[in-house]
Write a protein that binds this ligand. Structure first.
Ligand code: FAD
Length: 427
């Protein structure tokens, strides 16, 4: 089996790590458009386009530290090495991924500066094959190569989602997305409206208070953060409209602002998939996928890392092990009809529980069930429940103690239990 992995971020590295250990796989090519592995975790001061005219992939900002403790950010078979702190700077995560890749012999399979341009299925003598067209950015030459299986691991935190706020296009100040944020200095003395209170929105809103005149954090969180913010930060409901340089909020209140800073998330984007791959992305719902992973129309294509609000690297590992076991015949994927009906049932169930279409791949409370369903179907080891428990704990502390939750230190006791040292106290 000849396998192509698109992207050398954490998901692609994990896919390659297992693929090269699988006897039935004869060839593994990891095609990476940049000159470095690590994807999200590669920091650059540059925004816009790179030297080859491709959009800058990373959304990393200079001060970033992980929003989850390292105790749940490693791979099940390769934890992050022990150190004093639980929440790591981005450069440590990058170094960890480099170590993971080198230790497992993945790095030599990566073709750096290879940009995947087009993927098309075609009929082979005994089944479907894939034509992958990629460009060697250094030589400028494009080539098409044939593969039996495809792992799509191109990440989904790089194409900004711009919400439709009335008056945004006509706004008289600056508009910027968090994808392009690097350092706070650009906001010195300004009045900044931060739209969205996800991990990046909250972190950046807090960080820029050190230089701004005022920060207005607009969000619709169900639970109000109990974090104590500096005096120059106020919270507001959703923006109703922008007029000139004024923001009007849903409660009728108004604020004069200089900058609209959109921390409104990202879009799934697979620009290299030809229409004949039969993958449609609408309102951030990627379909049809079985278990958020297998292309139902072409089951020799899988997507690693689509679900969010998960323990990412552990989930990547489980998804890869699951899919690999279907490739090597350890278990058989259900028929296309069965996979389709499973996906339709899941959509209905999610809708009945109040999930919107945009939340099609949100796991959160469904994580444990999702992991168990993959592990059971493929008869492979499941992830320990302690990781989802720690994730939940860390997320709550993030919301209510933004200033200091990253000083907490976690210790995993066993598959079910953990302890935290917070403010010098064991909890
Ligand atoms: P990426 O890391 O995005 O890697 C995708 C790779 O594919 C890139 O190297 C890219 O260059 C390559 N690629 C894309 N298109 C092509 C193409 N056409 N041809 C060739 N190569 C291509 N998660 C956590 O668990 N904890 C955190 O604390 C955390 N913090 C985050 C902070 C920020 C600011 C962001 C944006 C995300 C954060 N995440 C965090 C989520 C993080 O992105 C994932 O954990 C994980 O690193 C994603 O890995 P990935 O391999 O799916 O994608």
């Amino acid at each position: 089996m000849r396998v192509c992995v698109i992207g050398a971020g954490a998901a692609g590295l994990c896919a390659a790590r297992h693929l090269i250990a699988e006897p039935s796989v004869t060839e593994v090519d990891v095609l990476e458009q940049s000159g470095q592995l690590g994807g999200t975790w590669v920091y650059t001061e540059n925004v816009g386009y790179d030297d080859f005219g491709l959009p800058i992939h990373t959304s990393m900002y200079k001060s970033l530290r992980t929003n989850l403790p390292k105790e749940i950010m490693g791979f099940p078979d390769f934890p992050i090495p022990d150190s004093e702190k639980s929440y790591l700077p981005a450069k440590d995560m990058l170094a960890f991924l480099q170590l993971y890749s080198d230790k497992h012999g993945v790095t030599r399979h990566i073709r750096f500066n290879h940009h995947v341009q087009l993927i098309k299925p075609k009929q082979g003598p005994i089944g479907e094959l894939w034509d992958v067209t990629f460009k060697d950015l250094t030589s400028g030459l494009s080539k098409t190569k044939e593969y039996d299986y495809l792992f799509v691991c191109n990440g989904h935190y790089n194409t900004p989602f711009i919400p439709s706020i009335p008056g945004l296009k006509e706004f008289e100040g600056d508009v910027m997305h968090s994808h392009d944020y690097r350092v706070p200095d650009i906001f010195a003395g300004k009045r900044v409206l931060v739209v969205g209170a996800g991990p990046s929105g909250m972190d950046i809103a807090y960080e820029i208070t050190s230089v701004t005149k005022k920060v207005i954090l607009s969000h619709h969180l169900k639970e109000q953060p109990r974090s104590v913010f500096p005096d120059n930060l106020v919270q507001k409901p959703d923006v109703k409209k922008l007029q000139g340089k004024t923001a009007v909020f849903q409660d009728g209140s108004q604020e004069d602002i200089d900058v609209v800073f959109l921390s409104t998330g990202y879009l799934y984007n697979f620009p290299f998939l030809h229409a004949s791959c039969d993958i449609v992305v609408e309102d951030n719902c990627v379909e049809p996928l079985y278990k958020h992973l297998v292309n139902i129309s072409h089951p020799t294509m899988c997507f690693i890392g689509v679900p969010y609000y998960v323990c990412a690297y552990s989930m990547f590992d489980l998804q890869v092990r699951y899919y690999l076991r279907s490739m090597n015949g350890t278990f058989k994927l259900p028929s296309r009809e069965e996979m389709t009906s499973h996906w339709e049932d899941e959509k209905q169930d999610r809708a009945a529980r109040g999930f919107t279409k945009r939340q099609a791949h949100m796991m959160g409370p469904d994580q444990e069930k999702y992991y168990a369903s993959l592990a059971t179907e493929a008869n492979t080891s499941n992830l320990p429940s302690v990781i989802t428990k720690i994730r939940e704990e860390s997320s709550i502390r993030f919301l209510h103690n933004l200033q200091s939750y990253r000083q907490d230190v976690y210790k995993v006791i066993d598959d079910d239990t953990y302890e935290i040292i917070s403010n010098g106290k064991r909890e």
